[in-house]
Design a protein around this ligand. Structure first.
Ligand SMILES: Cc1cc2nc3c(=O)[nH]c(=O)nc-3n(C[C@H](O)[C@H](O)[C@H](O)COP(=O)(O)OP(=O)(O)OC[C@H]3O[C@@H](n4cnc5c(N)ncnc54)[C@H](O)[C@@H]3O)c2cc1C
Length: 398
């Protein structure tokens, strides 16, 4: 790996040096001190005292303007499609936090979006904003597997569950497939002969997220189908996700019809540009170079997935086209843009452009220009700028 560098000893490391932690890291999990997965619900909502009221099983259908204005301090909601729709009006303001799909869906249903699209599904346009639901960006990845002689990390689920129940230890304190090591890699200009898609010359193009060593291929929704790798049945493989962190392809969220309970169309638009192919293709080569290093000579051999027989750029591109999937780290479907910009959905204070009384605070506002998606996973960065937004908003109403 070209970006890898050794740094000086520290913290009793006995080697001559060790990997710069900005490039190689242990995976961090949002678990609490009881080895239980923590979330925004447990970390923020539960500890809040009596100043927060959450309506359970409630679905926001639209935000509503005051008659004849673009002041969107009203919220329409219902338990489900059959239930009566109710309305609330905020004294101060309304904040939408429906995520990268839910937020543009609420805006579009409320008449905030591209006029032509809204006309086509019979929603009256109140604010014509062509950027709503556009620029949806997700990191794109493919799985990789190599034969190995290393001891597998498989475990018996029932035993592990019993251990976790007894004393909150064991393999179940980690996420699925024992994900633990992460490596970030930046390519040379020769390897990616396109406009740099990353935020800068110290940013990685790809992440290698290592998981289990197992005879079972890691497959969950959309990942490697077991029949795609017939040779794996009697082999133990080391497995990882190769992630393009800064894709240039853009997708869309659009409405199917004017029913707020209908699923929207979600087109992640993956791999619509040459750069994104080149990044995953070079990433595959980079991982293969890593495991061809002498240190792995006795333990890792032969690329199982993609099959080692695929060597040309065309073959690797075909593999990527068939196997890549969204990494579910989406953003930018209601992108922030500079104040006064002719594009974008919210201004730097998270206010929805051309409206009053309405903000968006979630991953949908992630900026589409550099720096775009984080050079890593999205949960913690989203919590970070959401905390910043909460300070901005609180200061304004103090
Ligand atoms: C399967 C999966 C696994 C992930 N794993 C990781 C991980 O391990 N690490 C990591 O860093 N990131 C991970 N991510 C990404 C991370 O979850 C997101 O970046 C983060 O949750 C985004 O926060 P958000 O507030 O924008 O949206 P969300 O967390 O999606 O919150 C939006 C909320 O709004 C609700 N909502 C939507 N529409 C409506 C409506 N009309 N009315 C009422 N409520 C509505 C939704 O139900 C949801 O609760 C994962 C994502 C997925 C999908």
């Amino acid at each position: 790996m070209k970006s890898e560098r050794l740094v000086m000893d520290s913290e009793n490391q006995s080697e001559d040096g060790h990997l710069d932690p900005s490039i190689h890291a242990w995976a961090q999990y949002t678990s609490d001190n009881n080895a239980t997965r923590s979330s925004s619900a447990t970390a923020y909502v539960e500890p809040s005292k009596d100043n927060l009221h959450v309506l359970l099983n409630t679905y926001v259908t639209r935000v509503l303007p005051a008659e004849g204005t673009a002041d969107f301090r009203g919220v329409e909601f219902a338990a489900d499609a059959q239930s009566e729709r109710k309305q609330l009006r905020a004294n101060k303001e309304v904040i939408i936090a429906g995520g990268v799909i839910g937020t543009p869906q609420i805006l579009l249903n409320s008449g905030i979006g591209p006029r032509e699209e809204l006309d086509a599904v019979g929603v009256r346009t109140i604010v014509n904003n062509p950027s709503v639901g556009k620029n949806f960006t997700d990191q794109v990845y493919t799985n990789m597997m190599f034969n190995t002689t290393i001891q597998d990390t498989d475990f018996d689920l029932e035993t592990a569950l019993a251990e976790w129940n007894a004393n909150r230890t064991g393999p179940l304190i980690m996420p699925s497939n024992l994900k633990n090591q992460i490596v970030w890699v930046r390519f040379t200009d020769n390897e990616i002969p396109f406009v740099d898609p990353t935020p800068g010359e110290n940013s990685p193009h790809v992440e290698f997220y290592f998981s289990q060593i197992s005879s079972h291929p890691g497959f969950t929704n959309g990942e490697v189908p077991p029949e795609a790798i017939p040779t794996v049945a009697n082999l133990t493989t080391i497995q990882l996700a190769l992630i393009n962190l800064h894709p240039t392809s853009r997708g869309t969220i659009t409405l199917n019809n004017s029913d707020p309970f209908a699923y929207p169309n979600v087109d992640p638009g993956l791999l619509s540009g040459d750069t994104d192919f080149a990044v995953l293709r070079e990433g595959i080569k980079s991982v293969q170079r890593l495991f061809s290093a002498p240190v792995f000579a006795e333990s890792v051999f032969g690329s199982v997935y993609p099959p080692g027989s695929l060597t040309t750029d065309e073959e690797l591109d075909a593999f990527v086209r068939a196997e890549a999937a969204p990494y579910l780290h989406g953003g930018s479907s209601a992108s922030m843009s500079p104040r006064g910009a002719s594009w974008g959905v919210v201004d730097p204070d998270f206010r929805v452009k051309q409206t009053t009384g309405l903000r968006i605070v979630d991953a949908s506002v992630l900026f589409i220009l550099q720096p775009s998606l984080p050079s890593g996973h999205t949960q913690a960065p989203v919590y970070g700028f959401v905390e910043r937004a909460s300070i901005l908003i609180a200061e304004e109403w103090r």
